[in-house]
Write a protein that binds this ligand. Structure first.
Ligand SMILES: *Cc1c(COP(=O)(O)O)cnc(C)c1O
Length: 395
């Protein structure tokens, strides 16, 4: 299986621009039929030409599937990685990576602001297997350095922008801190997507994604991915994936591949709309703080401008009227749908303290209860602004 990403699919596009790779990497016409769209291969097993005589490297679909392989080629090209592995969910991807890298006694540095499910994986699952963690404000490289335990820190886990406070970590600075301690830098690139930021080109060792979000882009699939700078690490993660089995089905892999093709055009609109939403919120008397790295006053604005193509589609804000105000706004929008998740074409609103981040209540990662998070969609921006205006009035 090791060479199945090395064939015809991605190599022609490796020097192309991102938008071209999104459409073509891993997605050449099917050699057997000429179909211009990668087929959904549902077979669980593949005929062998004599024992061990695999036709295209495929034998059993947990170990490898052609639709999934096409997605992996695409994601590796988009992140400029050596190899990518597609998973059944973002957390399945994180879990496999952590089991490949950590051992009982390993220590990891995690962000003080992060996706709640990632924190739960460290605090409630890996902790039971002897993996210790320290939460640190990774937007401050000195705090990251101080959290490292030389000799036992196996990795620094970073999210940028963070969920839900949109803090920015300097990926190049964290890479040199991690490497100075012989640790890996892992970046959860879900919020930025590879269109806006490519952590491996800035020195990170591994990127993880919830492809459920911007890569899939249409709120119709759950998936994840690990992309590595080194083929050797990919092999270790692939071993865990095959041994433990958290693979995506072929239809799910196909949906993500379909989403990837329009990632650049969708992201451009997400970013443009989010910029206007952040401007409206910043000027509104009912709002006391807006978290959006595109605002010049955001503490991570300069780092974001340096390492990202644009500032993303996620905005969070705090209400002057406190938690009650936040809940009232969440109840009053008509176009922004009250729902968890993010990164789809439709705009969503949520209250992190009681929804996505309920699992971090009382932990160092607890979020303010007056906070509202928006996933700004690709609708006409005037309709979004009108909806927020009326909801803020109601709140
Ligand atoms: C959603 C999300 C995850 C988890 O992904 P699933 O696909 O839900 O398992 C991880 N990190 C971030 C930043 C997320 O938003």
């Amino acid at each position: 299986m090791a060479d199945r990403n090395a064939g015809s699919n991605g190599s022609n596009g490796l020097n192309a621009e991102f938008e071209t790779l999104a459409v073509h990497a891993g997605q050449e016409p099917d050699p057997a039929t000429g179909a211009v769209v990668v087929p959904i291969h549902t077979a669980s097993t593949f005929a062998q030409d004599g024992v061990g005589g695999l036709r295209a490297g495929f034998e059993y679909a947990r170990s490898g599937n052609p639709t999934r392989a096409a997605l992996e080629t695409s994601l590796a090209a988009l992140e400029r990685g050596a190899e990518a592995l597609a998973f059944a969910s973002g957390l399945a991807a994180s879990d496999a990576l952590l089991r490949a890298v950590c051992r009982p006694g390993s220590h990891v540095v995690i962000p003080a602001d992060a996706y709640g499910g990632t924190y739960r994986l460290f605090a409630r699952v890996l902790a039971e297997w002897g993996v210790e963690h320290t939460a640190a404000d990774l937007s401050d490289p000195a705090a990251a350095s101080a959290a490292i335990r030389p000799g036992s820190t196996a990795l620094v886990w970073c999210e940028t922008p963070t969920n839900p406070l949109l803090a920015i970590a300097d990926i190049a600075a964290l890479a040199s801190i991690a490497h100075g301690a012989d640790a890996l830098l892992v970046v959860d690139n879900t919020f930025a997507s590879p269109y806006l930021c490519q952590p491996l080109t800035l020195g990170a060792d591994v990127v993880v994604h919830s492809t459920t979000k911007y890569l899939g882009g249409h709120s119709d699939v759950v998936g994840g991915a690990v992309v590595t700078a080194s083929a050797e690490l990919a092999q270790r993660v692939r071993f865990i994936q095959n041994a433990a089995g958290a693979v995506p089905g072929p239809f799910d892999a196909w949906l993500v591949l379909r989403g990837v093709k329009t990632l650049p055009v969708r992201m451009d609109r997400h970013c443009a709309n989010a910029r206007e939403v952040a401007a409206l919120l910043s000027a509104h008397p009912a709002v006391h703080a807006v978290h959006y790295p595109g605002l010049p006053g955001h503490p991570g604005h300069d780092v974001a401008a340096k390492q990202m193509r644009d500032f993303g589609g996620m905005v969070s804000f705090q209400l002057a009227a406190g938690a009650e105000g936040a809940l009232a706004v969440c109840a009053a929008t008509r176009l922004f749908t009250l729902a968890e998740s993010l990164g789809g074409v439709e705009s969503l609103i949520e209250h992190p303290a009681s929804m996505t981040h309920a699992s971090v209540a009382g932990s160092p990662l607890a979020v303010p209860d007056d906070l509202v998070r928006l996933s700004v969609g690709i609708e006409a921006v005037d309709d979004l602004l009108t909806d927020l205006e009326q909801a803020l009035h109601a709140g």
